[in-house]
Write a protein that binds this ligand. Structure first.
Ligand code: GLA
Length: 401
């Protein structure tokens, strides 16, 4: 009896050791590309290879993009033992060869599955096969798993994602776990130790400010998704990010909308996952996606999201504390007219409402850099007079003098 008790204790402690997510991953918001927004189910190995090539040749890899993530519909059937493989027509060389190709470019590989019995696209899900699938991904060399939430009737989200977390951990290869349950079960409240990022909303749609009704569900434009992030910033930080969905930059919005979308995702310390056709980008799209000062704001080591400081005449002022006591400020003009702004620094009391950082404008002079204009604007000793174009952003970097 005593021996059985001892055995139980040992087994329990092994389980405690095993039951964790891979720490040290995604210490800054993940950057990469995902196939879904542009290609939906039209994925094959040529697309993935070309995209990896384009990520390198466009300069995106040098700018910090890392993951090539294949979303839904890569799947073939399960074999008689239940192991999954890639669709043979679309991926004739097999998934392992494709992962090797992506790795050979110095990039990392992400894959997609679903906690239910089928994915949203009707392909085999991982329900009941979590440990087997995790072993398969690890064997292929996968680095990132986006794990969706379709066809999960009767499942509890936290438990389902914990199961996959433990399966990945047992498989032994460090894999980023991207939780995609659309914010329905408030993952920000329970997922810090489960995954590395979690979707906060339903799907994004390629528009500035719209709701696209699909019958039983809707997808949302950039501003709608932005508004749904309210109250969530206190839950995010290094290794556990709010995910307002992949980007639509380069998918057809106007350039000012793309610029504002990209900038706000950086301000939110959101994952920067491009969702456009990397092999066919305009120079304007490349310039936005690789804007290094904006990426630096996104990737700042402090890992704190911007807060909304004030709203006036349709202009929202968003402020993000950065490491070394620097700050990023973005004026987001949601109105249809250009707006003028006069910022009298000495009248401002800028305090982060959740983390307590304080901008010390009385005792500290900050140099101001206008990032998109690539201009220096003196410092915080003089009031800032600036105009913000309609439905666009102006982003300032404030550094200590
Ligand atoms: C859901 C997800 C999307 C995408 C599709 C794939 O809608 O939220 O991001 O992965 O499924 O079918």
């Amino acid at each position: 009896m005593k021996n059985i008790f001892l055995l139980l204790l040992i087994l329990m402690s092994i389980n405690i050791v095993l039951a964790q997510k891979f720490e040290d991953l995604a210490q800054t918001p993940p950057m990469g590309w995902n196939s879904w927004n542009k290609f939906a189910c039209n994925v094959d190995e040529d697309l993935i290879k070309q995209t990896a090539d384009a990520m390198v040749s466009s300069g995106m890899k040098d700018a910090g993009y890392e993951y090539i993530i294949i979303d839904d519909c890569w799947h073939g059937e399960r074999d008689e033992k239940g192991f999954i493989s890639a669709n043979k027509e679309r991926f004739p060389s097999g998934m392992k060869a494709l992962v090797d190709y992506v790795h050979s470019k110095g990039l990392k590989f992400g894959i997609y599955s679903d906690a239910g019995w089928q994915t949203c696209g009707g392909k085999p899900g991982s329900r009941g096969r979590e440990f087997q699938d995790a072993q398969t991904y690890a064997k292929w060399g996968v680095d990132y798993l986006k794990y969706d939430w379709c066809n999960t009737e009767g499942l509890k989200a936290e438990g389902a994602y914990l199961t996959m977390r433990d399966a990945l951990y047992e498989a032994g290869r460090p894999i980023v776990l991207s939780i995609c349950e659309w914010g329905q079960n408030k993952p920000w409240k329970w997922a810090e130790d489960v995954g590395h990022l979690w979707r906060t909303t339903g799907d994004i749609y390629n528009c500035w400010d719209c709701e696209e009704d699909h019958g039983t569900w809707s997808s949302f434009g950039v501003l709608r998704i932005l508004d749904m992030q309210e109250g969530l910033r206190k839950y995010a930080g290094p290794g556990h990010w709010n995910d307002p969905d992949m980007m639509e930059v380069g998918n057809g919005m106007k350039v000012n909308h793309d610029r504002a979308h990209f900038t706000m995702w950086a301000m939110l310390a959101a994952p920067l996952i491009a969702g456009n056709d990397l092999s066919n980008m305009t120079q304007e799209t490349i310039d936005i996606l690789t804007k290094k000062e904006i990426i630096a704001i996104s990737q700042d080591a402090l890992g704190i999201q911007a807060f909304k400081y004030q709203t006036k005449d349709g202009v929202e002022t968003w402020i993000k504390p950065l490491s070394n006591g620097d700050w990023a400020i973005t004026f987001l003009n949601r109105s249809k007219n250009e707006q003028k702004l006069n910022m009298k620094w000495e009248e401002q009391e800028i305090i982060d409402p959740d983390f307590g950082y304080k901008m010390n404008l009385a005792s500290q002079v900050y140099k101001i850099q206008n990032i998109w204009k690539e201009a220096n604007l003196k410092d915080t000793q003089k009031p800032l007079k600036i105009s913000i174009p309609a439905e666009d952003v102006v982003t300032l970097l404030l550094t200590k003098n």
